[in-house]
Design a protein around this ligand. Structure first.
Ligand SMILES: [Zn+2]
Length: 319
């Protein structure tokens, strides 16, 4: 973990404050302090100089800085109900490589580790691995009991993966990873990423921060009841949004989701909704039409959204 000032400088450079002078002004640090921090970050391979820019007609030329994309990498993995998706990210969060492998029905935690091992290398540039999976889970302990994966009950996934792969590991819900990835690309404040894949959930960003809730259970939107005595759900209850949505298709499925999202927007006064997940990506227009009157968009990441967010759980610690 780098110091607070190191992280502040990295974050400012990523957002575009490129000269040492503008960094000092933005961070509220002395020019001397900024020079030291920048020298340290350049030595660590995390920042690089890009040449000189002349900021004013008579000002002296200033060296501009940028985050060194190749300076550090992180892996992100998404354990879905039928496949494992892994990306390797560079320091600016761009995908360097990605792979997807199928997971057999009733796969076990050991099966996931067997699938992960050949896709992840613990080389010196790699900061760690983020794993995203369905909730519920305990974020601080890295212990997961995902809905829809039979036999997975209180699995200490973080410890198991750390031992097997020899890397620092962070585990979070798939939907939290999704909202982290969206907030990495553009400013979001009060937003929900609605994820409709093999399961259905939301990642919440409230006041610019990922909202996990008291027991990391926030965002189990797919398991809120929309139809009393409705169809049986993977969570064991009846009439959940996820179960009702799964019994219909096309415009009717979009209508079910739209009705549920209206309640969510009203409850939390959200101003941005991002739609994602393979069901949405199959027919984005249908889902867009069914949404309430707020700023609604479809994710720009495609199927890499969740694994990228998982990798950002690790990379984000540098910023
Ligand atoms: Zn349910």
């Amino acid at each position: 973990m780098r110091s607070h000032n190191d992280r502040t400088v990295l974050r400012l450079v990523r957002s575009g404050a490129v000269s040492r002078a503008s960094l000092a002004a933005e961070a509220g640090l002395t020019p001397q302090a900024v020079s030291k921090i920048v020298a340290r970050l350049i030595a660590a391979g995390l920042l690089e100089e890009t040449g000189t820019v002349r900021s004013a007609a008579r000002g002296k030329p200033r060296t501009s800085l940028r985050v060194a994309a190749g300076g550090a990498h992180a892996y992100g993995a998404y354990v879905d109900r039928d496949e494992l998706r892994v990306v390797r990210l560079d320091l600016i969060g761009e995908v360097v490589s990605s792979s997807v492998v199928p997971l057999a029905p009733m796969f076990t935690p050991a099966d996931v580790l067997d699938a992960l091992a050949p896709l992840v290398s613990a080389d010196e540039k790699v900061l760690g691995l983020g794993i995203a999976i369905a909730g519920p889970l305990d974020f601080t302990g890295g212990v997961v009991s995902p809905n829809g994966l039979p036999g997975w009950n209180a699995v200490p996934l973080r410890e198991l993966a750390r031992e097997r792969l020899g890397l620092p590991v962070v585990v979070d819900k798939d939907t939290n990873a999704a909202v982290l990835a969206e907030a990495w690309r553009r400013p979001l404040a009060d937003a929900a990423v609605v994820f409709v894949g093999t399961g259905l959930g939301v990642g919440l960003l409230l006041g610019g921060e990922v909202h996990r809730g008291a027991r990391s259970g926030a965002g189990e939107f797919g398991h809120t009841t929309i139809q009393l005595d409705g169809p049986l759900c993977v969570c064991g209850r009846r009439g959940c949004v996820e179960a009702v949505h799964a019994t219909v298709s096309g415009a009717e499925a979009a209508r079910v989701l739209g009705a549920a999202v209206v309640s969510l927007v009203q409850l939390l006064d959200l101003d941005q909704i991002v739609l994602s997940g393979r069901k949405v990506l199959e027919s984005p227009e249908l889902y867009l039409k069914a949404m309430p009157e707020v700023d609604v968009s479809v994710t720009s990441y495609g199927p890499d959204l969740v694994p990228v967010g998982a990798g950002l759980l690790v990379l984000g610690e540098l910023y």
